[in-house]
Design a protein around this ligand. Sequence first.
Ligand code: ADP
Ligand code: MG
Length: 438
Amino acid sequence: MSTTFAQLGVPQPIGHALSRRGITKPFDIQAATLADALKGRDVCGRAPTGSGKTLAFGIPLVARVGRAQPRRPEGLVLAPTRELADQIASDLRTFSGKVRVAVVYGGVGYGPQIRALRGGVDILVACPGRLEDLIHQGVADLSAVEIVVIDEADRMADMGFIPAVRRLLDQTANERQTMLFSATLDSEVASLTRDYQHRPVRHEVGQGTPDVVDADHVFWHVDRTKRIEVSARTIDAAGPTIVFCRTRRGSDRVARQLSRAGVLTAAIHGGRNQNQRTRALKEFASGRVQALVATDVVARGIHVEDVSAIIHYDLPADHKAYLHRSGRTARAGKEGIVVSLVPPDQIKELRHMKRRLGLRQPVTDVDLTDIQPLDRKARRPKPRRAPANPGRQPTTRRRQNGRPGRPTNKNRSRHPRSNRRRSASKSRNKRAPAGARN
Ligand code: ADP
Ligand code: MG
């Protein structure tokens, strides 16, 4: 029999709150680290996206944190992006009980964040920049912080946040528990572990980059001019899809063009303000829009339930970006498909990336049967749109990517408002609204 949360030492009220969300059995990383983390040991976790890192640090944090004085949080979670910070705070609040959780990040007003801190915050979830700002203003003080979590440390490194993270860690209590989670543990992240962790319990899985073995990967020859048409049909067939573009302007343009092609779309990237980004995510998570067009800013960390497909509209810059983007689907053991649109002039570049990824699937002509789960194919109505002529030659090929075919899954629906999505958005609505509060 596998271990239960209770056997790992998770306090009953937390266990109950989690089971109300249908979380009853610990994932691997949780089983491996919870017992030690609940005793106060440092943890260094490297695991792919979707493996359950948030609870691995969130449970010990909520269980161990003390009651804070005004302005002096006792628990601190550092996260690279606003979206991730919001996500972590909402996750924690589903089981935090009387423990007060607040979140601070830039791009929004100071007022609510300052008020929350003055009222007393037990666990502060923060992006480094805004937190340093609030400290300079004298409304936050980290000297009482005895538990620190650094989430998505690799992303912090990519975004140049490590010096700020170090400055913040230097202000926390000397006697402290430090938990660090990352998809990779290379140079800068390794140095954080070396300098700020004390004999951490290590849990490392995968190759050092997140893997996406659970998703199907297909690579299609597509002329640049046909990409909108192919994307629209893919989204139509697959259901909730994230479309990744290289630039902000490109994402806006693709979002507009997809809308014109009849796909309900929202865009999210660093050029949009916080309200626009939050709204776009909400619309996508609730099923009001079918596709989210994004730059790499949301490629990590943010968890949207039940993303059926990823489209690399512009090919990612490198294999790491491919993995992080693709990790948005097939999370927590669910299915997903990852589609790369490959223009003729990028075939060589792609070959190099595929080699690094260890993906052997050939680049083929567009074949939407790749997308449709088998059980749906028979009852699928005629596409509303005029059929595209995107590929070179029609093909009768089925799967060539080494997997025998996608397992059928009756729960998968092409309609954004399927049962699963409804329940996902319902549980989402139960969560506290984003933003600082206590
Ligand atoms: P990571 O941070 O490793 O990318 P998350 O912590 O965001 O992954 O978890 C991914 C998803 O899995 C979330 O929807 C989370 O609620 C769910 N999850 C985490 N742990 C469990 C568990 N033990 N049982 C079921 N679902 C879980
Ligand atoms: Mg995470």
